[in-house]
Write a protein that binds this ligand. Structure first.
Ligand SMILES: Nc1ncnc2c1ncn2[C@@H]1O[C@H](COP(=O)(O)OP(=O)(O)O)[C@@H](O)[C@H]1O
Ligand SMILES: [Mg+2]
Length: 248
């Protein structure tokens, strides 16, 4: 569905992406893992057109999206759902206003129709009757659920998750992982997840790719990457201070 080919991006003189090659399959969960600061967020910002590459390209259904104009990208973004790190809810809006926001922006639906879709999406993420609550009154796990409801409110073909479990306790993290699996399996949406959470990766990934020093250094199913002898990958999966990656 998505092909990333030779993608390079530097900031000032710092190389962040140094020739990323990766194919992302439709209807699957692809998890991109890597240490903090390796460029995972930078990579997905290229997929949604918030950043432009120095060289290389990204194809979506064989069409080069890195060549799109800003206006065309805005149109395309309606087919993407995004769950940002920290959920990125609008603090001054109710849950219903947050979830319904993309519908108000991009569709001509009337308020009562918006409310109907909002209730349906909240139900899908396991939340009922919280439409009038404010984000400040929600737990971290509930915020993630509301964020996911907003990400899927337009029935996107692709949902991108930036660190969906970071900052949650292990039990809440697991419940978010369960929810991601449930919603993906129910709707067969393409999920792209970036994370350094190994437990999450093992639980939900159909395909795993590791980003390290600007390149994808390993790729495969969970079984594949567990067997992969690459020492950098092994050190990361084991969460060990010992190995080729030096910790300062
Ligand atoms: N807009 C930007 N301008 C300059 N440097 C950036 C910008 N965005 C990201 N970076 C740098 O790129 C590197 C990778 O960042 P990021 O993709 O956020 O890492 P990750 O998501 O893997 O933790 C970091 O060193 C970061 O400081
Ligand atoms: Mg990041």
């Amino acid at each position: 569905m998505i092909e990333i080919i030779g993608l390079k991006k530097s900031f000032n003189s710092k190389k962040v992406l140094d020739g990323v090659d990766l194919a992302i399959e439709r209807g699957k969960i692809t998890v991109i893992i890597g240490r903090s600061g390796e460029g995972k967020s930078v990579l997905i910002k290229h997929i949604i057109g918030l950043l432009r590459p120095d060289s290389g390209k990204i194809l979506l259904d064989s069409k080069e999206i890195t060549a799109l104009r800003e206006r065309e990208f805005n149109e395309l973004r309606k087919h993407f759902g995004m769950l940002f790190q920290g959920s990125a809810l609008f603090d001054s809006m109710t849950v219903a206003e947050n979830v319904g926001f993309p519908l108000k922006e991009h569709t001509g639906l009337h308020d009562d129709e918006v409310m109907k879709v909002v209730a349906e999406k909240l139900h899908r993420v396991g939340l009922v009757g919280i439409e009038g609550m404010m984000p400040a009154d929600l737990s971290g796990g509930m915020k993630k659920r509301v964020g996911l409801a907003r990400a899927i409110v337009m029935d996107p073909e692709i949902v991108i998750f930036d660190e969906p479990t970071t900052g949650l306790d292990p039990i809440m993290a697991d419940s978010v992982a369960e929810l991601m699996l449930e919603t993906q399996r129910a709707l067969k949406t393409t999920y792209i997840v970036i994370t350094h959470d190994i437990q999450l990766t093992y639980k939900i990934a159909d395909m795993v790719a590791m980003l390290h020093q600007g390149k994808i250094i390993a790729k495969g199913t969970v079984e594949d990457i567990k067997k992969n002898p690459n020492p950098v990958l092994k050190q990361f999966l084991e969460g060990s201070a010992e190995g080729p990656i030096k910790v300062y």
